[in-house]
Design a protein around this ligand. Sequence first.
Ligand SMILES: CC(C)(COP(=O)(O)OP(=O)(O)OC[C@H]1O[C@@H](n2cnc3c(N)ncnc32)[C@H](O)[C@@H]1OP(=O)(O)O)[C@@H](O)C(=O)NCCC(=O)NCCS
Length: 271
Amino acid sequence: MAALPSGTDAPVDISPAADLDAETLARLFTAGYEGYWFHIELDAVAFSRMATVSDADLTLSRVASVDGEPVAIVLLARRGSEGWVGGMGVAAPHRRRGIGRAVLTNTLEAARDAGIERVTLEVLEQNHPARELYEGLGFEHVRDLEVWSLPNGPGEPREVDAARAHAWLRARREDPEPWQRDDASVAHLEEVRGLMVDSAAALVRIAGGRVGVLQLAGQPDALRELLTGARALGESLVVVNLPAGHPASAILEALGGSLDGRQHELELRFS
Ligand SMILES: CC(C)(COP(=O)(O)OP(=O)(O)OC[C@H]1O[C@@H](n2cnc3c(N)ncnc32)[C@H](O)[C@@H]1OP(=O)(O)O)[C@@H](O)C(=O)NCCC(=O)NCCS
């Protein structure tokens, strides 16, 4: 049994997520995000896909149970000495009883014991409960990340071999990519397409008519041409977790895009 702060009325058992099947974990993840700013509903297939793409480690991820019923989850992904919280949630009736802090603390201890030196995560700027929790545990601000969308419009996508665009991006990238769009995530994805103009390149993936931009870099004029072409590939274009101040922000705004959300990237260093 994990020790919980006073005021908690039920004993909580914390165990590795690997002890549960994907269907139970998907249900728990969905319940943990009840009342969130956008709807999150996963089935076993979607949960497993998400876990694979992010390199989730279910032996380090943790589930909290009350009276034998799972009520909270922290999904921890690992790449070498780097860890990433790929989501956490406490089922609504069990919130504000210390369970979120207990299950996250237990996960972080497991991560540190396994040799992870730094854990990062992203949190919506308006998610004050989660921000309080993370900051209380010592997480510190790294940078702001933006979520942009752009409706379809006329443009000429210049497609190239994805490997060629990726090599160009790798050679020129100045800032680390956020976890979900980093090279290791991209390597797990199918049907990644490359776009290139003279001095800009992007990797995109089209799903459900939506062009998801995975990575992009380049000079402003070339980036504008690149994004104008990319938006023509689908009904809309989305860039998730674009670092604030990236030259693409101003271009997306000028093209009529909307800033749909802002996240804080936080980190906790163990050493
Ligand atoms: C964020 C969340 C996980 C917190 O879980 P929880 O079990 O309610 O949190 P705890 O009871 O352990 O609280 C720990 C600390 O978090 C902060 N906190 C939690 N809920 C809060 C709230 N509603 N308002 C302000 N601070 C809050 C406080 O600092 C609290 O410490 P305190 O009780 O000493 O004041 C929970 O609200 C949740 O599941 N939300 C929906 C999913 C989500 O937003 N996940 C995070 C995605 S980044």
